[in-house]
Write a protein that binds this ligand. Structure first.
Ligand code: SF4
Length: 382
């Protein structure tokens, strides 16, 4: 590595830094040591060292729009404030035409991606999802469709009576471009049984992503942290992601593009009595994700879950991506009941935030290819 290796006030970090510089994977014990350390700036500098080695001064963003097609869900995960039961106040499901119309509006506003996820609707047929994809594909042939978490894919395999490979192939043929990383939560049976028991266990999440990679479909990974999990469970989650990534890189035509640590927001969920993670836990987790995941290229500070201010700081703590314009996001509202689903950052605001953090804003597409716009069209779209 050509960049200066940082120094530490905590001597326990020095051997970890040696491993990082040598490109060796960190162990569970290393991850736990990082979380326990009071040398917060040392951890940040080490994560920044990796981030700058990989991406220099670039900070990525994209023009995207999230579409949450329904909040009706057969499950009731304790950490979730999004789901409603059918007929309940606030429950909704978008007709396919509305989803397509929303995608068209996004395309017309300059978006390169739609991010489409929803609840596990008990009555919608599999055709609804393939029609949605083919409708978007026909209306906006150049728009990348990133859609459906692993748990939705499992749900489709049940309602369509198809294998996971069969579902993914049908969705890809209808227009699916890549998978988002949601539904991972924490890969641990104890945590699973305590807060999202109705969901499939982690082996199924991995099966979906492993199969997607084998079919050439790229995906992202997430971790919902700061609720009932312990630090070793958090670090174990990261190691499991790293192991699948190693497998995919060695055997498959696609792999994880990006890891998105998601800060748990307790408001309105059944876990509303919990305090939620602090800013320091957020920063440490983002930095430790960068350090543990030496084979996943990008770490994202998703500004909706981390907050705009902390995401800006996170660009020095291992993160190289802020996500995008988003526009509408129904799954989490940072301000709880007072919040609105209209959560949008304009491109000029994202660029300003990145520049103020001393980084160079780089627009990317979903697969992290850089997008260069001519000045005139960039002005029209900002
Ligand atoms: S987290 Fe997903 S699966 Fe669980 S209740 Fe919420 S929408 Fe449903």
């Amino acid at each position: 590595m050509s960049l200066c290796v940082p120094t530490f006030t905590d001597p326990l970090l020095a051997p970890i830094a040696d491993k990082v510089v040598a490109g060796e994977p960190l162990s569970l014990a290393d991850g736990v040591t990082l979380y326990a350390s009071r040398d917060l700036h040392g951890i940040g500098r080490l994560a920044n060292h990796v981030r700058e080695t990989l991406h220099g001064n670039k900070a990525f963003f994209n023009r995207n729009r999230h579409i949450n097609y329904t909040n009706v869900c057969a499950l009731s995960c304790k950490f979730c404030s999004f789901y409603r039961k059918r007929g309940e106040d606030g429950a909704y499901e978008m007709p396919v035409e509305q989803v397509v119309e929303t995608a068209l509006k996004a395309r017309d506003a300059g978006a390169t991606e739609v991010h489409v996820v929803g609840g596990l609707h008990p009555w919608l047929k599999f055709d609804y999802y393939t029609d949605m994809l083919s409708g978007i594909r026909a209306a906006c042939p150049d728009l990348h469709i990133k859609a459906f978490t692993a748990i939705e894919i499992i749900h489709f395999s049940r309602i369509a009576r198809l294998s996971i490979e069969g579902v993914l192939t049908a969705l890809r043929d209808a227009g699916l471009g890549s998978l988002p990383g949601g539904g991972a939560e924490i890969f641990d049976d104890r945590v699973h049984d305590e807060v999202f028991k109705g969901k499939v266990r982690s082996d199924k999440w991995f099966e979906v992503h492993r199969t997607a990679h084998s079919l050439g479909i790229y995906s992202n990974a997430t971790m919902l942290y700061g609720h009932v999990e312990t630090v070793p469970e958090r670090v174990g989650h990261l190691i499991k992601l790293r192991e699948l990534q190693a497998h995919s890189l060695a055997t498959a035509p696609a792999a994880f593009n990006c890891m998105v640590p998601l800060s748990f927001i307790p408001d309105q969920s059944e876990l509303g009595h919990l305090p939620g993670p602090t800013g320091l836990t957020d920063l440490k987790t983002l930095a430790i994700a960068r350090l543990m995941l030496n084979n996943i290229p990008h770490i994202k500070a998703f500004w909706i879950m981390q907050g705009i201010g902390l995401s800006q700081v996170a660009l020095d703590w291992g993160c190289d991506d802020l996500d995008g314009t988003v526009v509408w996001y129904d799954i989490t509202k940072r301000e709880g009941d007072r919040g609105t689903t209209h959560q949008e950052l304009h491109v000029t605001d994202i660029q300003r935030l990145i520049r103020e953090a001393g980084r160079t804003p780089v627009e990317r597409d979903t697969l992290y290819r850089e997008i260069v716009r001519h000045a005139e069209s960039a002005l029209a779209l900002s």
